[in-house]
Design a binder for this molecule. Structure first.
Ligand SMILES: [Zn+2]
Length: 131
């Protein structure tokens, strides 16, 4: 969902917004090796201090991965909490507000992508495909 920053003004500079993500279909063109378990429940917290709008997005999600060793599917639990500054900056921590609104789904999508480890191993005791 998109959050309209005018809402923040109306709420006196602070707003807590729970939101649910039913799918990542908007990103289906991007090839990934993971499948999130939907729906994902997330919370966005906006707070305005001076000229800066700070945003914290937190969520927990299960993601189905395929083990690199035994090729079995397993679930990884992700707990994510990311802080951003809303503005026009290009730094990694800043998010842009297009037409005065922030794309919260996109932030969760990016956080899920970042949380996926490079190697997918189902567990320390994985014996691989020959067992
Ligand atoms: Zn395995």
């Amino acid at each position: 969902m998109r959050y309209d920053l005018r809402e923040l003004k109306r709420n006196g500079g602070h707003d807590t917004v729970p939101f649910t993500i039913a799918d990542f279909n908007a990103y289906s063109d991007i090839e990934t090796d993971f499948s999130p378990v939907f729906p994902i429940e997330a919370v966005a917290e906006f707070s305005e201090t001076g000229d800066t709008v700070l945003l914290k997005v937190s969520f927990e999600a299960d993601v189905v991965l395929k083990c690199d060793r035994c090729l079995g599917e397993f679930k990884k639990h992700i707990v994510s909490e990311e802080n951003y500054a809303v503005g026009d900056g290009d730094s990694a921590e800043s998010v842009s507000a297009e037409n005065g609104s922030v794309d919260l789904d996109q932030l969760v999508w990016e956080a899920v992508c970042l949380a996926i480890p490079y190697q997918h191993i189902c567990g320390d005791d994985c014996k691989g495909i020959s067992q």
